[in-house]
Design a protein around this ligand. Structure first.
Ligand code: EPZ
Length: 421
């Protein structure tokens, strides 16, 4: 198993290219199942999760071709040869459940393994199932699989999410495009990845309005066709790299960064003493004056502070000038990075969904372990600012969501390398 070794080396300076959004790509790829013509996706991130989704789609009969050294994906579902998403793939990548809606819409049946939980929580898919039932699907859970059928096709219907769910909104959006009649999704997720998916589906012939608001209306169409779509920038990767100059006191330009994708994070960072300015190529982030100011953070659905940046923000606040309180409202077990940060000298008290972080003058390098995707990168941020050497083990978590981290950070002056084996 690979490890990452970092030696704290002072302020980072330079520029970082921001890739296409992993979480948009993982919803866009299953959209290919809805058409017999190719869907071509540009600005695709080169990540292990994307490769896993490609393997799953190929097992269903989708021809997946990479071009432009993996930045362009061509997905052609001329024929669906299987409607089964096997456990051994789904357990590795929960977003596999997003093939359920489009498979049902295209073929009238789907057998998808229940994803099971993961490190950050139980992560059930009950809303996905309730929503598809509202569209007329018959669902049965047997031997760890979801057996879904819609022999006469799906029928549009109103559905209100009892609470916001990104994945369930995406599954319903995908399924409703080919349902007969009108679907109205209420309390839908507002994330930019939802808008990106709806934009691509419209280019494929879908009739969707209201995406980016709590109420999305889908008028079902007879058929969908292929298109070409450029994936939106990854706001979570962008937010992560904004924290690198923030925690090291540096000055970094994020190429392709867009403030509108992360307004809540920008405001929080500015309150903490970080300077952020728009540039012709993206966003410039710097911190040159003194210590980070303590700030409180509550994670919320978009446009609130994203849960996927909570771990990274905690790393920043470990060396703030006072005490900060982070409240995690989305997942029930998303503070596992705290115990690893404590090994580096951080003072963090976790009680339920609240972490109280008391700033210390500096962190000290130490051997630590990555426990999940975003926790792994919060340890990298801590290592960049710590005195001495940090070794992070189990970095396979990292490779799921961050492309070429060592390269991007080395280019800004970080002393970071990967040790294989
Ligand atoms: C998506 O997960 C993202 N993953 C997550 O990013 C992100 O943290 C999350 O949205 C919230 O923004 C992808 O897009 C691939 P949810 P998703 O449905 O769709 C509960 C990362 O690091 N829930 O919005 O699974 C659920 O347990 C990943 O890139 C149900 O109870 O999240 C959670 O507590 C991590 N029943 C809350 O709702 C359901 O049917 C929000 O989950 C669905 C969800």
């Amino acid at each position: 198993m690979d490890s990452i070794r970092i030696r704290g080396n002072g302020p980072l300076k330079g520029s970082v290219p921001i890739a296409g959004a992993k979480n948009a790509c993982l919803a866009l790829m299953p959209a290919s199942l809805l058409a017999e013509e190719p869907l071509v996706l540009d600005n695709a991130p080169r990540l292990s999760d994307i490769a896993t989704m490609a393997v799953l789609l190929e097992s269903l009969g989708v021809d997946v071709a990479l071009a432009d050294s993996g930045l362009t994906l061509s997905l052609h579902a001329a024929d669906i040869v299987s409607q089964k998403a096997h456990y051994d793939i789904v357990r590795k990548m929960r977003a596999s459940v997003l093939v359920l809606g489009p498979l049902l819409a295209r073929t009238g049946s789907a057998t998808v393994s229940l994803p099971g939980g993961c490190a950050i929580g139980a992560r059930p898919v009950d809303l996905h199932l309730k929503g598809l039932e509202a569209l007329g699907a018959t669902l049965e859970l047997k031997n760890g699989y979801i057996h879904a059928t819609a022999a006469r096709g799906l029928t549009g219907a109103p559905f209100t999410f009892p609470f916001v769910s990104v994945g369930a909104t995406e599954n319903m959006l995908l399924a409703a495009t080919l349902a007969r009649g009108t679907t109205v999704l209420r309390n839908a997720a507002l994330e930019p990845e939802i808008v990106d998916l709806a934009t691509c589906l419209r280019k494929m012939g879908a009739n969707i309005s209201g995406d980016g608001t709590p109420e999305i209306v889908v008028e079902g169409v007879e058929r969908m066709h292929g298109t070409r779509h450029r994936i939106v920038a990854d706001r979570i990767e962008m937010g992560t790299y904004m924290l690198a100059p923030a925690i090291t006191g540096g000055d970094v330009e994020l190429l392709g960064g867009r403030r509108d994708l992360l307004e809540s994070v920008c405001l929080t960072l500015e309150n903490a003493g970080v300077e952020i300015e728009d540039t012709a190529r993206g966003l410039r982030v710097s911190r040159t004056n003194g210590r980070i100011r303590a700030v409180n953070v509550v994670t919320e659905p978009y446009p609130g502070f994203p849960t996927d940046l909570q771990a990274q923000m905690m790393a920043l606040l470990t060396t703030a000038d006072d005490t900060s309180v982070l409240t995690e409202t989305i997942f029930e077990n998303r503070f596992m990075h705290a115990q690893e940060l404590r090994r580096m000298g951080a003072r963090i008290d976790v009680r339920g969904g609240t972490a109280t972080v008391t700033g210390v003058p500096y962190l000290k390098g130490a051997p630590v372990m990555a426990t999940d995707l975003r926790a792994s990168v919060s340890l990298i941020l801590a290592g960049l600012a710590a005195k001495g050497e940090t070794i992070i083990s189990r970095v396979y978590h990292l490779d799921r969501g961050y492309e070429r981290v060592e390269e991007k950070l080395s280019a800004c002056g970080a002393i970071i390398d990967r040790m294989t084996g």
